[in-house]
Design a protein around this ligand. Structure first.
Ligand SMILES: *Cc1c(COP(=O)(O)O)cnc(C)c1O
Length: 414
């Protein structure tokens, strides 16, 4: 029912708008979350920055607050208060749910806020134990390992997940391809070994363009939306795509703890989704080409590039990795990833600094490893920059050099 008391744009319905017929992902990317725009008489998505909404009908307002507190789908009428609901953010949630093929999605201020809310949902049910597969993004590893939220973690490889599950296990967590080694896990097999425990797959690196973990049995699909979904390095956000039942509990936690996504971030992320398939495919083509050239280069000891493809390349250098990050000119030496421009960073110093050295090494994150997020630049310009930054081959040390590792598809790190 349209609210006539305020000038706020009518909120889209909370359920992803039913498409008239099945639409291809490229079509969803530019239309999902925007199906009502023509009826509103606008073409661009309305950006609603209100923190509060006029509510002369206090009884109706009370009923809406009860509904928000229960975490249910968006009630009719104005959102009451911006921590409870925002129509622009809801559009981004609807669109991402459609791209991931889930019933719902719940957005947060960052990827870490999204993971925090997920852990809190389970902890509130007394399920504080998490089974996790390394490597994970450095701060995700830290959040679990530090026990900051009262969680206890058992680290294992995919084959050990089933045995590691206990009666109080609330979550199994995995990244595939993983940050930063790009190790891949068979998600369908892993989901089967989780039994009734929800599998959370961090799909930040693959995006729904290359992989839809829900179809493989992952109940929860997490994104640092800061990366590919935004795609331009100018917005921080996180989102969990899941079934409506889990989404309800995530909304309850978000309502109570306040890690909400700003409406402007929701607007930018929805805009980012419209070019996601085109960006990811183009960036992946360039990344595959660079991975091939690096794999054939004697200055490179090992290249990691997923079977799945993607725009991330990791490689171990023979020489000094710090000289490479200091030597690039076109490529930006910076943490983060998924932007339209190319970034390179040294995980042991930056993205995974917070993980203990021994844990980093056993997860396959060597001191020689560099992680590159390939953008939309021309492949020859990128190669020229990398080639110069890699410099001359390190002086022969007398030892016979091991053959160049041309294996582009290392198996999952232990
Ligand atoms: C960056 C990242 C996160 C954390 O997301 P933020 O938006 O920085 O909070 C989680 N998982 C992966 C794989 C990431 O790369």
């Amino acid at each position: 029912m349209e609210n006539t008391q305020t000038s706020a744009p009518p909120a889209p319905s909370s359920a992803p708008a039913a498409a008239p017929y099945p639409r291809a992902q490229a079509t969803e990317a530019v239309h999902a979350g925007r199906d009502d725009l023509a009826a509103l008489g606008v073409h661009a998505v309305p950006l609603d920055l209100s923190t509060t909404y006029p509510a002369p009908d206090t009884r109706a307002e009370a009923a809406r607050i009860d509904e928000f507190a229960s975490g249910g789908a968006r009630p009719d009428g104005p959102p009451v208060y911006a921590r409870l609901d925002n129509p622009t953010v809801a559009r981004f949630e609807d669109a991402l749910a459609r791209l991931e093929g889930t019933e719902s999605a719940v957005a947060f201020a960052s990827g870490m806020a999204a993971l925090t809310a997920t852990l809190l949902v389970r902890a509130a049910e007394g399920l504080r134990h998490v089974v996790a597969v390394r490597p994970l993004y450095g701060c995700s590893d830290h959040l679990l390992e530090s026990g900051l939220l009262g969680t206890e973690v058992t680290w294992t490889d995919p084959a050990g997940v089933e045995a590691a599950i206990r009666p109080d296990t609330g979550l199994v967590m995995v990244e595939s391809p993983a940050n930063p080694t790009l190790a891949e896990v068979d998600l369908a097999a892993l989901a089967r070994s989780c039994g009734s425990v929800p599998l959370l797959a961090d799909n930040t690196f693959a995006t729904p363009v290359l992989q839809r973990p829900h179809e493989s049995g992952a109940r929860l699909v997490l994104h640092s939306a800061t990366k590919y979904l935004g795609g331009h390095g100018d917005v921080l956000g996180g989102i969990v795509a899941c079934d409506e039942e889990f989404a309800c509990r995530l909304r309850q936690v978000r309502f109570a703890t306040g890690g909400v996504l700003h409406p402007l971030a929701g607007y930018l992320l929805l805009r980012g989704l419209s070019t996601l398939p085109v960006r990811v495919r183009a960036q992946s083509r360039t990344a595959a080409e660079l991975a091939g050239r690096l794999g054939a280069d004697p200055r490179i000891a090992r290249v990691h590039y997923p079977r799945l493809g993607g725009a991330m390349v990791a490689f171990e250098v023979e020489g000094d990795p710090h000289a490479v990050t200091a030597g690039v000119r076109l490529i930006t030496p910076a943490v983060s990833l998924g932007s339209v421009d190319t970034l390179i960073q040294h995980p042991a110093s930056i993205s995974h600094r917070i993980v203990a050295e021994g844990d980093r090494h056993s997860a396959g994150i060597s001191e020689k490893l560099l992680r590159m997020s390939v953008g939309l630049e021309d492949v020859e310009d990128l190669w020229q920059d990398l080639d110069r930054a890699l410099g001359v081959s390190p002086k022969p040390t007398g030892r016979t050099r091991e053959p160049v590792q041309r294996e582009l598809h290392p198996t999952a790190a232990p």
